[in-house]
Ligand binder design. Structure first.
Ligand code: IPE
Ligand code: IPE
Ligand code: MG
Length: 235
């Protein structure tokens, strides 16, 4: 296949740099988060246009609960507002919406809104957008281990294959990311998809999340097409 046509099936993004974007403009951090919603809209559109099948977005980590309450409240309210505003657009464009993470920590109201949008878009086929909310990679592995051992017992647990274990992760049924993008110049995983990124291609960009739009997304896909994935083998 021609390299320019090597479209990743699953693109994941650690959306970072909202606070710095706002600070550079003399604004409150919240302004950066609000502007960042526009970038989410842009990359969802770009994913549709390019034929990406899964777009996952790290929106809020388990560690982010440790931020000031006002900022946490704003982020949760933005999530709520986005669900209200975007559901119709997702349906119109055949986009499935999924939220993964430690849902027990979210408010009942937000959980109900999430369930509503997930149910309404469950049949959509063109693109799946996954929002990781109250998520951490270590938490995911731990909850998978707990679920698997409760269900299988010690004997089956001892011989469990990697493939079967991954069915207990919250990402069960979703292919591992082909490409992981992190914005804002930080070059770390910040407890994101630790198991699932074993062979993912990483792309770090200095662009702050509110400035990351369609053009930047498409440039990332072009860079991905130039990568040589060897999976430990010799080519
Ligand atoms: C990303 O931007 C959004 C979340 C982590 C929720 P930040 O809020 O981390 O912005 P910086 O990294 O402080 O600039
Ligand atoms: C990672 O960003 C989490 C999300 C983007 C949701 P952070 O800003 O929380 O990560 P650190 O603290 O720089 O590692
Ligand atoms: Mg950050």
């Amino acid at each position: 296949m021609d390299n320019t046509e090597r479209i990743p099936v699953h693109v994941s993004i650690i959306m970072d740099g909202n606070g710095r974007w706002a600070k550079a403009r003399g604004k409150e951090r919240v302004a950066g988060h609000m502007e960042g919603v526009g970038s989410v809209r842009a990359v969802v559109e770009a994913a549709c246009e390019t034929g990406v099948k899964y777009l996952s977005l790290y929106a809020f980590s388990e560690e982010n609960w440790g931020r000031p309450a006002a900022e946490v409240d704003t982020l949760m309210s933005l999530m709520m507002k986005s669900i209200r505003e975007e559901c119709a657009t997702f349906l119109k464009n055949d986009i499935r919406f999924v939220v993964l993470g430690n849902r027990a920590r979210l408010s009942d109201k937000l959980n109900a809104a999430i369930d509503g949008m997930m149910d309404q878009t469950a049949h959509c086929k063109r693109l799946t957008v996954i929002v990781f909310l109250s998520y951490s990679g270590k938490w995911d592995i731990l909850q998978a281990a707990a679920k698997a051992s409760a269900e299988l017992g010690p004997e089956a647990m001892a011989t469990l294959s990697e493939e079967d274990f991954s069915k207990y992760l919250v990402t069960a049924g979703i292919p591992d990311p082909d490409l992981l993008i992190r914005t804002s110049g930080e070059q770390r995983i910040s407890n994101y998809l630790l198991w699932q990124c074993a062979y993912t291609e990483f792309l770090f960009t200095d662009v702050l999340w509110p400035d990351f739009r369609k053009e930047e997304f498409k440039a990332a896909l072009a860079e991905y097409a130039r990568r040589d994935r060897r999976y430990g083998k010799v080519k």
